[in-house]
Design a protein around this ligand. Structure first.
Ligand SMILES: Cc1ncc(COP(=O)(O)O)c(C=O)c1O
Length: 402
């Protein structure tokens, strides 16, 4: 696999500040190409959508290109790509839309592995219409979300199953294809949270069986834009709240208000960047180059992750959480005698950026027994991290053994 970490790192101007950016799971840095694409869109002149003049046309072209790019990244169809401010907002919107067809006796299935953005919108939407909620539990100590437990939860009452493609705390990758197959066999829809999974490997929404697949560009080298990828035919059957004069066509009718056109140009550039990660070894369509690039990124991250986890697990004063068989390169750990915030502050002093807390995986932090003690420290690898980032983190954590 051709992955040139130095070449990739040189694309990111922010990395020149000398910090080890191990906070990618909370949001990634941007390559120059993405920054330039956004600045270039503004420089060229943008108008609002639907006008009779070139600047307006440019905005419409940018939007169409962005839908194609997100479709290439996820294996979906451009006409099914809903764009919006972030995953949380889009999920609330879709939960309200879908719940309009639910009532007493219907059920949704959510999991305790998930980020709260793929839990609370469904729990609240169900409560608003008198529908029930069933919970899929995380198995300890490994942190797996077993497929078998969904067999007991999904029934002919189930309307929707919401599940994460990867945990943003401990990296667990559940058997999403197995879970969505169970949902479909029961006549239910599957809403897959791909926010944490998308930057860590190839994605194919059809293989996953995701009726909806949510992702956020700021987790994969893009700006703050969210997207939900769905089958256009399914979207045609839904009636979201919309302003009367706003477009009625799909997917536009799910997009409330004016889109951030310059940011959308940045999203397309971010997808192009991911398509370039495998270097010259990758050829073919953009989709094929993305798959090669993300496979190369995954191999790079997993190699570093073995060093990171091995190093943390070798320290007596460190406890790591999660040991799932399939997981992203995301470490979650505590240090004896220090709060997660104290550890994060110490690491910041050593020029290492990490997250601390529950990172909104509210249920999982509770299951792990960490919710009331400030959560834990999260060090997440993405494709632009290298061995020096990992070594610096390990050296700085080792210093806390005194
Ligand atoms: C797994 C996961 N789901 C959902 C979200 C929420 O995404 P957004 O910030 O786009 O609303 C996050 C953000 O950290 C996340 O990690």
């Amino acid at each position: 696999m051709d992955f040139d970490a130095d070449r990739v790192r040189a694309c990111y101007p922010a990395l020149a500040d000398g910090y080890a950016y191990l906070d990618g799971a909370a949001g990634t840095q941007l390559p120059d190409s993405v920054i330039e694409a956004m600045a270039g869109a503004y420089r060229a002149g943008l108008g609002n959508s639907g006008g009779a003049f070139p600047a307006s046309l440019r905005s419409d072209v940018i939007t169409a290109e962005c839908r194609r790019a997100v479709a290439d990244l996820t294996g979906g169809r451009p006409e099914g790509v809903i764009l919006g401010p972030n995953m949380t907002t889009l999920t609330y919107r879709l939960a309200r839309t879908l719940a309009a067809a639910w009532g007493p006796g219907d059920e949704v299935v959510v999991s305790r592995l998930d980020h709260d953005a793929n839990v609370r919108p469904w729990v609240q939407a169900a409560a608003a219409v008198g529908a029930g909620v069933r919970w899929a539990d995380v198995q300890l100590p490994g942190g797996e979300l077993p497929l078998a437990s969904f067999r007991h939860l999904i029934s002919d009452r189930t309307r929707l199953v919401a599940v994460s493609a990867a945990s943003n705390l401990i990296g667990t990758r559940p058997d999403v294809a197995g879970i969505t197959a169970l949902a479909h066999a029961a006549g239910a829809l599957a809403y897959v949270d791909g926010v944490h999974a998308t930057p860590h490997g190839p994605v194919d929404v059809r293989e996953l069986g995701a009726d909806f697949y949510a992702t956020s560009a700021y987790k994969w080298s893009g700006p703050h834009v969210g997207a939900v990828v769905a089958d256009p035919g399914l979207l045609e059957s839904l009636a979201p709240d919309k302003l009367t004069p706003a477009p009625a066509r799909v997917p536009d009718r799910f997009e409330q208000g004016t889109l951030p056109f310059a940011d959308l140009a940045g999203v397309t550039a971010a997808v192009e960047h991911l398509a370039s990660l495998a270097g010259l070894a990758a050829a073919g369509t953009r989709r094929q180059r993305i798959l090669a690039g993300m496979a190369a990124a995954e191999a790079h991250e997993q190699g570093l992750f073995r060093v990171l986890l091995g190093g943390l697990d070798a320290m007596d004063h460190v406890t790591t959480y999660g040991k799932a068989a399939r997981r992203t390169a995301t470490a979650y750990f505590t240090v004896a005698g220090r709060t997660p915030r104290q550890v994060a502050e110490h690491l910041a002093g050593r020029k290492v950026n990490v997250s601390d807390g529950d990172n909104y995986a509210w249920e999982l932090a509770g299951v792990l027994g960490l919710r009331d003690s400030g959560g834990a420290v999260r060090a997440g690898l993405v494709h632009y991290n290298d061995r020096s980032d990992v070594d610096r983190l390990l050296e700085a954590v080792a210093e806390l053994d005194r």
